[in-house]
Design a protein around this ligand. Sequence first.
Ligand SMILES: C[S@@+](CC[C@H](N)C(=O)[O-])C[C@H]1O[C@@H](n2cnc3c(N)ncnc32)[C@H](O)[C@@H]1O
Length: 384
Amino acid sequence: MSDPKATIYEADPHTQAKHRILRAYLERWLPILDRQAQVVKRAKHRLLYVDGFAGAGEYEDRVPGSPLIPIETAVGHSHQFTCPIEIRLIEKRRDRVDHLRKLIKEKKASLVGTATLVIPDPIEGDCEEEVRKLVSACTQNGQPLGPAFFFLDQFGYSSFSMDLVNTILRNEICEVFSYLNWNLLHPFMSDQTKHPGITKAFGGDEWRQVLGLSGQEKENRFRQVYLDALRTRGGARYAYPFAMRDSNNRVIYWLFFCTNNIRGLEEMKRAMWSVDRSGGFEFSDKFVSDRSSMFEYGDVDLARDLVGELAGQTLAVKDIGEYALMNTPAYKYLEALGVMEREGQVRAVAPPTGRRAGAFKDFPNMLVEVRRLAKETQGALFGA
Ligand SMILES: C[S@@+](CC[C@H](N)C(=O)[O-])C[C@H]1O[C@@H](n2cnc3c(N)ncnc32)[C@H](O)[C@@H]1O
């Protein structure tokens, strides 16, 4: 959507879906990092949530906006946080900052005694400039930026640069969850005045290769080129796209999750799977758009895809897991390995003594051979 004139407006179902994912992720991310912090015990430790495009903090009918989500998640959580959670909010429009300020003040008043939340006054400013200031301030103070989660929920597609993503991700335990609106972008791609903005978003102009394409091919190529840029220029070891589609299965926008931690990717995929799909929208990811919904993708589908892609290779269990998380809709894979072992599609190479068939969880480094059964090969040969 483009920016509405009003300070506060109605939250459409897609926005609410985005919020449910954010909430589901933070519910898992915050306690995991808090527990890690207890082990590491670094001085000045804190968990940081940065909302670079914070909005007014709420929508019509007091529907909470993204700035309230980490607050509500932390306050309502069954986990007892030991590490402070710092929430930094940035918003460009003065009317929205004013509203957000009031809202945060009210929230803070109701949070007296909740020592773990640190919420500085929201900043009126540009996301890119303010995030850069925040990163440099940490560097100057000798404080690590991470663990930190940056929600870059722009309108449109060109309000932050690929270099900003890199500035964040080159710090340890930092993640970016960002938004890119395909609906607003693709109808105007031939308009040259838009090109500098797209180039800024990519950090280069390789996106121009899609200009001569159309339809699904254009969309797929564009998404792939952006993903490649997130990995090569943005510094994301793992970058994963989720598409929000309308009821005609057309992509409205993508959410891109970038992390350098495979566990983070696993939790974000779990969060995606946990959202309900009411409201006439559908999530899918890049690998299921031609088949069905990602929510219909089960252990048997994953087993089939793993055999299809990895047959003939011998890999550690954890590497198969990484492959599944990066390249398929699945967020869990141990069950699929169990199915495959039962079917003879994987064979444990030199399994530890006493290991039961189907047990993979405790053996991440165990090597397994992925095999295509003779029957499947024959089926493929005869086109069955
Ligand atoms: C999609 S809305 C954010 C919604 C909010 N994240 C939520 O989920 O409740 C985008 C917000 O970014 C603000 N904005 C636009 N350009 C910006 C910029 N360069 N820096 C910071 N904020 C900006 C807009 O005024 C708008 O409030």
